[in-house]
Design a protein around this ligand. Structure first.
Ligand SMILES: [Zn+2]
Ligand SMILES: [Zn+2]
Length: 164
């Protein structure tokens, strides 16, 4: 039994997940800003084997990550352009879903024990960072996979304009 489902704007593509996400990344990097056309990507990460496309065939676009140099594949609807999910050469077991494509986006909870905020150095000045979450200026791990030290805000934090 699927635990959640989603699809694109025109309805041609549908997917289901049989398990809840492993964790959630709120990403403010420029790549995610362009992909979403918005301030940041809310990205529940699923075990790739738990997610399956049940209707239609996604088109793909391969992008080389500026950070790691490794390819990221965007899976989107060729008719309406909605980006449903991404897969990563660097993390082959994971699938990152665009939370806005879920039938019930509210089913994805963002909590200190399952979510983090990354690349906040490129967040919009009007972005509000959530308190309690591990928060990183750039990626959460370095090229070798070692964790960076997080910052944790104790109240909602408006990014503001950086002094130059
Ligand atoms: Zn579509
Ligand atoms: Zn990103």
């Amino acid at each position: 039994m699927p635990v959640l489902s989603g699809g694109c704007l025109c309805g041609a593509l549908r997917y289901e997940a049989r398990s809840p996400p492993l964790r959630v990344t709120l990403c403010h990097c420029r790549f995610c800003q362009r992909v979403t056309g918005s301030s940041h990507l809310v990205e529940p990460l699923f075990d790739r084997d738990d997610l399956r496309v049940t209707s239609g065939q996604p088109a793909t676009y391969r992008h080389r990550s500026e950070g790691s140099g490794k390819p990221v594949d965007l899976h989107f609807c060729a008719t309406c352009g909605t980006m449903l999910f991404m897969t990563f050469e660097r993390f082959p077991g994971l699938c990152g879903v665009s939370a806005g494509t879920l039938d019930d986006p509210a089913c994805i909870e963002v909590r200190p024990d399952n979510a983090k905020q990354v690349f906040v150095a490129s967040a919009r000045p009007d972005a509000v960072l959530l308190p309690g979450l591990n928060t990183f200026a750039g990626p959460a791990i370095d090229e070798a996979g070692r964790p960076h030290l997080p910052l944790v805000h104790d109240a909602p934090h408006i990014v503001g304009r950086r002094r130059s």
